[in-house]
Design a protein around this ligand. Structure first.
Ligand code: NAD
Length: 285
């Protein structure tokens, strides 16, 4: 394997963002949008023309800053606090969003977390927390989105699809992950949930897809990239020899929810610099 080069500078080696104005007139909701991939996706969808609901939990300041950045792009934005694992919160958030924007055309269920432990030490609380946010949270978000897409019905002058749902999975829907059984299980569940939803709502011209990131430079995995030693170790798992940046995900998300991707439903797009290519076999195994 080629020697990994430390690459701790944001966006080093990654392309300049390019967004087509493909989402004009399509309000979007992004969960967990006050940091990391969700923040980049909220901004990316706005760059592509969408008005955006910035969902967050906890401190409102970062979400308000992102909403202002979206407004500075000439789009409308609304920051809404909601715990995606709570049904009442999700229902209230969608009601507020729909009252504000009239409808939603795009829902990105991105909120997620980890609560790691060796399997035999994992508490039920750690298990329920991760399943509650990562899987039940995506169920609640998807259900509320599909209900709104059905209520509104087709608007072919806005988008050829009646609605677009984008789940956030992980390479760990495919790669088992010792010490993270709750997290990997939640992502495996997202895969079958998303595909079953896609099968059910396709006749309504509602598309459901997922993005499965590899190692992306965000707060969730800081320990894996914030020292040269950790970064070099990480590169043993990434054939493309650079960490992913949140905007790598955001650009793909903006495309996948646009009409340019109209015939795609039930698909998972891995964005992982080759992490799922079994890099351990690159030198013959
Ligand atoms: P992050 O920690 O920056 O983002 C997660 C966001 O979810 C945070 O803003 C957090 O406040 C929010 N959140 C947590 N619990 C919530 C709740 N109950 N309700 C609402 N929001 C809640 O990390 P990230 O890397 O940007 O993660 C975003 C998604 O990407 C997650 O689903 C994660 O599993 C997935 N992912 C990330 C990576 C990576 O390498 N960074 C890889 C694969 C998958």
């Amino acid at each position: 394997m080629a020697e990994a080069k430390p690459d701790n500078q944001p966006n080093t080696g990654s392309p300049q963002p390019q967004y087509l104005q493909a989402l004009t007139g399509q309000p979007a909701l992004v969960t967990g949008a006050s940091s990391g991939i969700g923040k980049a996706t909220a901004l990316g969808l706005a760059k592509a023309g969408a008005d955006v609901v910035v969902n967050y939990i906890g401190n409102p300041a970062p979400a308000e800053d992102i909403a202002h950045a979206i407004e500075a792009l000439g789009r409308r934005a609304l920051a809404i606090e909601a715990d995606v694992s709570k049904e009442d919160d999700v229902e209230r958030m969608f009601a507020q969003a729909i009252q504000h924007f009239g409808t939603l055309h795009i829902a990105v269920s991105n909120a997620g977390l980890q609560a790691d432990a060796p399997f035999d030490e994992m508490t039920l609380e750690q298990w329920n927390k991760v399943i509650g946010v990562n899987l039940t949270g995506q169920f609640l978000t998807a259900r509320a989105a599909v209900r709104e897409f059905k209520r509104r019905g087709p608007k072919p002058d806005i988008s050829v699809a009646t609605g677009k749902l984008l789940c956030t999975s992980s390479v760990h829907q495919e790669i088992p992950w010792a010490g993270h059984v709750n997290y990997a299980t939640s992502k495996g569940g997202i895969n079958m949930m998303m595909r079953s939803i896609a099968q059910e709502v396709a006749p309504l011209r509602i598309r459901a897809n997922a993005i499965a990131p590899g190692a992306i430079r965000t707060p969730i995995n800081r320990a894996a990239w914030d020292t040269p030693e950790a970064y070099n170790k990480l590169m043993e798992l990434v054939p493309y020899l650079r960490i992913g940046e949140p905007d790598d995900i955001a650009r793909a998300a903006a495309w996948l929810v646009s009409d340019a991707a109209d015939y795609i439903t039930g698909a998972t797009l891995y964005i992982d610099g080759g992490m799922t290519l079994y890099p351990g076999f690159a030198t013959g195994g």
